[in-house]
Design a protein around this ligand. Structure first.
Ligand SMILES: C[S@@+](CC[C@H](N)C(=O)[O-])C[C@H]1O[C@@H](n2cnc3c(N)ncnc32)[C@H](O)[C@@H]1O
Length: 332
């Protein structure tokens, strides 16, 4: 997560551009301090994803309890035959691309003769995730062109690649990590950015049995707990705090009223956290929590509402046999 360097255009295996410096480290500092001084305290989930956080998330996706990745991939393996897409000169723009293992399933289904006209743009806040996944993808599909974009897709818009025939992909129900007002604003902007013929493939995790939901965020190997605690190491590095992640306990539960899993970190003791400005400190009491993530779960009504907010037509709803996860194809 590189907020300080000048905008860089680097040649890795594909091309990479970093838009985070345009946001600036001052914005990051003010966002993190505001959250840690609020009642109750919170940290934005985008700060999970330094190199270690991205690796831990990949481990989560392989856990037995974590059904969303397996279920969404199960839908993606045969998706091409179900969507009416034009693969000539298609720009695939993936938001929060992570390890890019989902887009690979779609690219695998594109006719070989079309691959050289495909452009793939992974967009992620995690530079290491883009670098690693682009390298793997480029070795598998040597003819597609790849341009990685490191950016914050909520607070920035400069990342949006301009072209015709764009398929925006937003997998993993990452949209569920946004607040409702962020979701509305984000969909409104994305919908207004899209032109005629562009479309959006959106992964949405659905409301389901409470036990299945709660287990997915409380795995036996405690990988989700490590992922949750790592956010403190990330903010330590970014803005010079001195959290000790071991002094917090992982908490994940379903908030039925708000139809979301909430993740928190609960302080095991009273503590005083130093900031760069030594006269400014953060006080945390034993038992106090820092809210680190929401994962909203959705219903059929959410799908309609999202289409309405984005001014997009729902073209297709694809789901698994349990209706646990939905992939929605929206069109302008
Ligand atoms: C829940 S993971 C999903 C990863 C992958 N799409 C999947 O389905 O397995 C969320 C991804 O979005 C990225 N991300 C989260 N917030 C972001 C933001 N505000 N801007 C850009 N990327 C973000 C993270 O780095 C991470 O790779």
């Amino acid at each position: 997560m590189n907020f300080t360097k000048e905008l860089i255009i680097e040649n890795t295996n594909g091309n990479l551009e970093n838009h985070l410096p345009k946001l600036g480290i001052e914005k990051v500092e003010s966002e993190i301090y505001t959250g840690l001084k609020a009642i109750p305290k919170y940290i934005s989930p985008k700060y999970f994803y330094d190199e270690r956080g991205s690796e831990l998330f990949e481990e989560i996706t392989e856990l037995d309890e974590y059904y969303p990745t397996k279920t969404e991939k199960g839908i993606l393996v045969t998706i091409a035959s179900k969507l009416n897409l034009d693969y000539s000169n298609l720009s695939l723009i993936e938001l929060g691309s992570g390890d890019a293992s989902k887009i690979r399933l779609l690219i695998n289904q594109i006719p070989k003769e079309k691959l050289s006209s495909i452009k793939y743009y992974p967009i992620d806040i995690s530079q290491s995730a883009i670098e690693k996944s682009s390298k793997i993808l480029a070795s598998e599909f040597s003819s597609i062109s790849i341009r990685g974009i490191v950016a914050d897709f909520i607070h920035q818009k400069s990342w949006v690649p301009k072209s015709n025939n764009r398929l925006f992909c937003f997998f993993g129900s990452t949209i569920g990590n946004m607040t409702i007002s962020e979701t509305k604003e984000f969909l409104k902007l994305l919908g207004s950015e899209m032109g005629k013929g562009d479309s959006l493939l959106l992964g949405m995790d659905m409301v389901k049995d409470l036990n299945v939901l709660v287990k997915a965020y409380n795995d036996e190997k405690n990988i989700t707990a490590q992922f949750n605690k790592n956010i403190l190491n990330v903010v330590n590095k970014l803005v010079g705090l001195n959290f000790n992640a071991n002094e917090f306990e992982h908490l994940a539960f379903y908030n039925k009223d708000k139809e979301r899993i909430e993740m928190h970190l609960k302080a095991k003791k009273d503590m005083i956290i130093k900031t760069k400005n030594l006269s400014d400190k953060i006080f945390i009491r034993k038992g106090e929590t820092i809210h680190t993530e929401n994962s909203h779960k959705f219903t059929k009504e959410s799908i309609e509402k999202f289409g309405f907010w984005a001014k997009l037509k729902v073209e297709k709803v694809l789901t698994d046999k349990n209706n646990w996860f939905s992939l929605i194809h929206f069109r302008k």
